[in-house]
Design a protein around this ligand. Sequence first.
Ligand code: DAH
Length: 334
Amino acid sequence: MSFLADIEQLKQSALAELQAAVDLAALDQAKGAWIGPHGKVTALLKQLGTLPKEERPAAGKVSNQVKQELETAVAARRGELELKAALPKEPIDFTLPGRRRPLGKLHPLSQVTEDIVRSFRKIGFAVADGPEMEDEYHCFDALNTPADHPARDLQDTFYLTTEERLLLRTHTSSVQIRVMEKQPPPVRIIVPGRVYRRDNPDQTHNPTFQQIEGLYVDKNVTVSDLKGTVEFVFRELLGPETKIRFRPHYFSYTEPSFEIDFSSALTRKMGREWLEIAGCGMVHPQVFETVGYDPEVWTGWAFGFGIERVAMIRYGINDVRLFYENDIRFLSQF
Ligand code: DAH
C-alpha cells in the first residue's frame, strides 16, 4: 500500500479511538498510542525519509495535515471530557426545595435611628453630619463651655495625642456649630451620630454610644415649638399615648435649659411613670454670637438624646452592652 493510503487509514482509526475515549485518562492513553513519541502515526511519519524523492513533498504535506487534524481532535475531545467531569455525578432533583439564604437586617439601633430621622423629615428637618474626631473648639468652646468646665475633664473623654489636641466628640452638639458656621439661618437639622465618653461599660453605660442632635433656628422660635416637635416625634416613635414633660436643667449652650422626661405604657412596664430621655433648651445668645448669627434677630432651640436609651425602652432591653456584642441570637429578634 502506498504511504498516503496508509496514513489515511491510520488517521481514521486514530480519530475513531480518540472520539471513543470515555474519560481524560483514556484520552491521554489514546493520544500516546497514536501521536505520542512511540505512537503509530509517529512511526509512519518517520518513514517519510525513505520515500522516493518525488513523492516526499506531497506526503510531507499530508503528514502535517494529519498531525494537525489529530491534535485538534484531541483538544476537542478533551474539552468535552473536562466538561463532563465538571458536571454533577448524581442526577439533580429539581423538585427539592430551594436553599434559603438568611437575609440580614438592620441593627436595632439603626432601625430606631431611621425611624427618628423619618419623623423629623416629615416636618422639614434635614440630616447633617460632622467628624467624630473633633477639636476642643467645636466640642466645647463654641458651645459656651469654657476650659474649666467639668465636661472637659480629661476623665470625661478620649484625647488624641495630636498637636491640635483633638478628641473623640463627647456629644453631637459639636455639629450644631459646624453647620451654623457654614450656612446662614434659618437652620433645621438633625444629626445622628456616634459619640464617646470615658465610661466603664455597665448595664446603662458604654464608652461609645449614639445620639441624635436637633437644631432649629429661625425668627420667633419658642419653647412651645420645641415641646410640640419633641412630642410629635416621640408619639410617632413610642405610640400616641406618650406624654412628655420638661424639667428645668442646666446646659451651658442653652438658656433656659430643660431635661425631657416621657411617660408611656413602655415606661410603666419598666416600673416607672417618667423616664428621662433628652436634654434641650433655647440656643444661648453667646452661641449665636460665636457663629456670627445676630442673637437680636435669630432665636432657636436644640436638643440631644441617646439612641440606645430610646431603643432600650422601645424593645424592653435591660442591658445596653447587648447592642455591641453582635450576638446573632440577640440581633435576629429585631
Ligand atoms: N449634649 C448634651 C449631652 O450630651 C445633650 C444636649 C442638651 C444637647 C441640650 C443639646 C441641648 O442640643 O440643647 O448630654
